[in-house]
Write a protein that binds this ligand. Structure first.
Ligand code: NI
Length: 149
């Protein structure tokens, strides 16, 4: 178990386009474990690898229904629109309203390299979009329509 320090806004790694994972090896498995530990320690609902300084396309999400680990995640379908409040572990103390697709279909690989596809709505859809944005160097403050805190 290892809890990493979360990279804060202003660090250039948060603005990089993260590289796809070409091979799921022991380092990637360790990365997934450490990302989950870091997310739970920080009481977040999602974390992307750039947030611990690793520019790879790996995310973890847990909106209260169990841990989801995704390698090379992609949004393949998005529909509807919903605006709700968001924050980010890399931007402490700031929250704002962000419009997101209401429903998304996401594809990626699990830790065994198996293709997974999931359809999400509500908070899970929002968290997946937020974390996948991190992999493209996009932060929620780029999309915020109104700050609430
Ligand atoms: Ni974030």
């Amino acid at each position: 178990m290892a809890v990493y320090q979360i990279v804060k806004q202003g660090d250039p790694v948060l603005r990089e386009k993260a590289r796809p994972v070409s091979k799921i090896n022991a380092n990637i498995l360790k990365l997934l474990d450490n990302m989950a530990d870091t997310m739970y320690d920080a009481e977040g609902v999602g974390l992307a690898a750039p947030q611990i300084g690793i520019s790879k396309r790996v995310i973890v999400v847990d909106c209260g229904e169990g841990l989801i680990e995704l390698i090379n995640p992609e949004i393949v379908e998005a529909e509807g629109s919903e605006t709700d409040v968001e924050g980010c572990l890399s931007i402490p103390g700031v929250q704002g309203m962000v419009p997101r697709a209401a429903k998304v279909k996401v594809r990626g690989l699990d830790r065994n390299g198996k293709k997974v596809e999931l359809t999400a709505t509500g908070l899970l859809a929002r968290a997946l979009q937020h974390e996948i944005d991190h992999l493209d160097g996009i932060l929620f403050i780029d999309k915020v329509t109104e700050y609430v805190k």
